[in-house]
Design a protein around this ligand. Structure first.
Ligand code: ATP
Ligand code: MG
Length: 396
């Protein structure tokens, strides 16, 4: 029996077949099925041309029609249906200048990057595997389809993809694939930063990060990634941390940042074109980490961090200091008297009424004092108590 995600998609294949075309599941879904991994999305390849696909299905969206891809909405799901195609004349080491639609499955499979990614499966679960992808999966090997020199020169992003798959699957690069990668790593300079970042983030999100980072170093690919050329030794140190594989993607970014010179950290993340919101969040975590290192966790520090940042910081601290006892952040955090300023049992208007004074910076100052006292548990979060306390301190 095929997994449900394929079964749900079988009617899509059948519709194409009924109209006289060939149709198969292809790419990552077939690979992950053979591997017994969770299947994220099912891609379909067909001998039907895009216009033909659009005639067969009622609801379609042109998402990449020039490259032969039509999005089909069928049942509750969406499927990318791509016409069999070849790619030719890669003038600039990245995407092809020309794609040509064809009617042959085998030719389509030939243009795919690695043997494990160039299998196709029909609706009955029969697998077409002209490049012995199954065998390579069994031997845990990543091997290009055809000459690795040629395939990496055609599209240099494939080298990042190769490392990313090593990192995600715990596989090794087949010998000639590795050699070609070492020899062609410089070509990665032609690839847009955003696309490199996407692959790098998949490495940071993976199970075998140490392998992935070590391979980036060993092959020289790291030199073509934003700023890393200046941080060879630091990258090596980070890659050698035994706790690395247990970190999330966000935590690994934070960890990497600890190796970057303080004044360069903002520029470093901007170089990877990461979202501003993410950059700001990591900056906040770095501040918290600095304090955690200097004086350990205190209630105000936990409050300022919030649970998510505190957990990230502690995890990274533990990775950098494996001898230290990891604090039970969740437990400490949940014992805090309040979790946000909104929870204070006093507002700015209360203060103004009590003091019979107009608003101004003083309101914020007093709220901060009240908040700190409550977090430190020297004051109870109760309106009358707060008023008495302020009076006793001559603050009203
Ligand atoms: P993931 O599970 O991360 O999505 P994937 O293998 O499905 O991995 P996609 O980027 O979704 O990766 O690509 C789908 C398929 O298209 C691949 O399995 C591969 O057959 C082919 N492919 C993708 N990128 C390239 C490339 N740069 N060169 C050649 N073939 C590629
Ligand atoms: Mg995919």
């Amino acid at each position: 029996m095929l997994p449900t995600i394929f079964q749900q998609a079988v009617p899509v294949l059948k519709k194409l077949e009924k109209a006289g075309f060939e149709a198969y599941f292809v790419g990552g879904s077939v690979r992950d099925f053979i591997l017994g991994r969770t299947i994220n999305d099912v891609d379909i390849a067909t001998s039907a041309y895009p216009e033909e696909v659009k005639r067969i299905f009622q609801k379609t969206i042109d998402i990449g029609i020039d490259h032969g891809t039509v999005l089909v909405l069928e049942g509750e799901r969406e499927y990318e249906i791509t016409t069999f195609r070849t790619e030719s004349s890669y003038a600039d080491f990245r995407r092809p200048d020309k794609v040509e639609f064809i009617r042959s499955l085998e030719e389509d499979l030939k243009r795919r990057d690695f043997t494990m990614n160039s299998m196709a499966m029909d609706g009955e679960g029969r697998v077409r595997d002209p490049f012995q992808g199954k065998k390579d999966i069994h031997n845990k090997l990543i091997r290009t389809v055809g000459s690795p020199e040629l395939r990496f020169s055609e599209d240099a992003l494939r080298m990042m993809r190769a490392v990313r798959f090593v990192s995600q699957l715990g596989f090794e690069l087949e010998a000639s694939t590795l050699t070609a990668l070492e020899e062609h790593s410089k070509l990665l300079q032609h690839i847009a930063v955003e696309r490199k970042t996407m692959e790098f983030e998949k490495i940071l999100d993976s199970t075998w990060k140490q392998e992935g980072l070590n391979l980036l170093i060993r092959t020289g690919l790291y030199k073509e990634l934003p700023h890393l050329i200046n941080y060879h030794q630091q990258l090596q140190e980070a890659a050698s941390l035994s706790g690395l594989d247990k970190l999330t993607k966000e935590q690994t970014w934070l960890l990497l940042l600890t190796y970057i010179r303080e004044e360069e950290r903002g520029v470093f993340l901007k170089g990877w074109r990461l979202p501003t919101k993410m950059i700001k969040y990591r900056a906040k975590e770095l501040d918290i980490l600095k304090e955690r290192k200097a004086s350990g966790w205190t209630k105000p520090l936990l409050f300022r961090a919030g649970l998510e940042a505190a957990l990230n910081v502690e995890k990274v601290y533990g990775c950098l200091n494996p001898q230290a006892d990891e604090e039970n952040i969740r437990e400490h955090y949940h014992k805090l008297a309040i979790f946000s300023r909104q929870q204070l049992d006093v507002t700015g208007s209360d203060l103004m009424a009590w003091a019979d004074k107009k608003g101004g910076p003083w309101v914020k100052e007093i709220l901060y004092e009240v908040e700190t006292a409550i977090i430190n548990e020297t004051l109870t979060n109760e309106k009358e108590e707060i008023r008495r306390w302020l009076k006793a301190c001559n603050r009203l």
